[in-house]
Design a protein around this ligand. Sequence first.
Ligand SMILES: *Cc1c(COP(=O)(O)O)cnc(C)c1O
Length: 463
Amino acid sequence: MDQVKFYLDEKDMPKKWYNIAADLPTPMLPPLTPDGQIVRPEMLEAVFPKNLIEQEMSTKRWIDIPEEVRQIFYRWRPSPLRRAVYLEKFLNTPAKIFYKDESVSPAGSHKTNSSVPQAWYNKQFGIKRLTTETGAGQWGTALSFACHIIGLECKVFMVRVSFDQKPMRKTMMGLWGAECIASPSNETRAGRDILAEMPDTPGSLGIAISEAVEAAVTDKTGRTRYALGSVLNHVLLHQTIIGLEAQKQLKKAGIKKPDIVIGCAGGGSNFAGIAFPFTLDKINGAKIEIIPVESAGCPKMTKGLFAYDHGDVAGMTPLLPMHTLGSQFIPPAIHAGGLRYHGMAPLVSQAIVEGLMTPRAVDQLSSYEAAIIWARTEGFVIAPETSNAVACVIDEAKKAKREGKEKVILFNLSGHGLLDLAGYDKYLNGKLENSKVPHDEIARSLAKVQKTYAAASRKTGKW
Ligand SMILES: *Cc1c(COP(=O)(O)O)cnc(C)c1O
């Protein structure tokens, strides 16, 4: 029997995060204010604590993981690297499929890798309370856990459609003492404006972000800040612990380098987490195919524009250079709630522009078919977001079979699906709808993207 699990000891957990901003062959463009000025650090101080703003803007290659953060991580890190031998056998593929299992965290996904340091840096800075948004509820749970452990209050605006589809997520947040309300809500001006215009809206991450930012910056005590679960440089930085561990574990498995690295991509953080350390290898000459996988229902990388756009619907965030469907875009109510975001992280977007990564889109039915195959071979029930990555993994493993190549495929199992059974139930009863690419909605939304500050596609042409 081939070895299936590859563990690391606590002492082998990485002590530094990897910052790809130090190595991108063509650096990402800076964020802009709505009138086209480069955002200065102090402009962000009402929203984020200074220490995290520093991290956001840093171009230092390696950044220390604070000792206290590592102590909290030991509950579940280093996470296992597993080999999907049962799936390989089922597919009768010569490919070797490895995956990092991030579902073992307290909240059930990779998101605690960033929620813990974000809460820690806020606490260091003297902050008392964090506000945030959540799509499928995973980031909300992850931040609730972190705030509880570190000693901060936490308020979560949860996208309406997920709030209704996944009520147990709210229970989990309550378990860790956080408050969770459906977005759009009546508590903020942004929420009230949307409700007046679209009373039946399923909500979106863009709307929930507007609400959470507004709730943070309007707190008169000055002790509330906002935390974002993906997209931003510091969030992607925190997630690189996944790929750094994977590099050590692959070595233990006797693998020099993977041929293909895959992750599902909502805002880009779990994908970047596994992919960025290997992207550095690629920049340094290694031959690796790197694939971010999005949902066909929200296809910003394959059908969007690379442009300057807001991260939220109300335009409260700076303009970020990214692949976007437009900040007004409201994606269809696909089950992979964590993939319903209109934009892609600027660092991932720039790496795509450079040609270091090649995005793909997967439709909802294919993703569920893949998740069912996974559950019936590997045994675990995966998150609907993760199943998009698995669909791509299965495609690549079949391709390796056709080509007769013994490729090494590595992917990130971003979370479990034990609180997402409603979607599985629909699938098993033949009621799950496929995600159509929302062409009209995309065209309408892209027409509103501010063209004044076009983001130039800059690249070296090497990849
Ligand atoms: C949030 C989430 C995602 C998508 O978010 P990214 O920032 O792109 O990682 C993917 N999988 C799971 C399980 C999630 O909770």
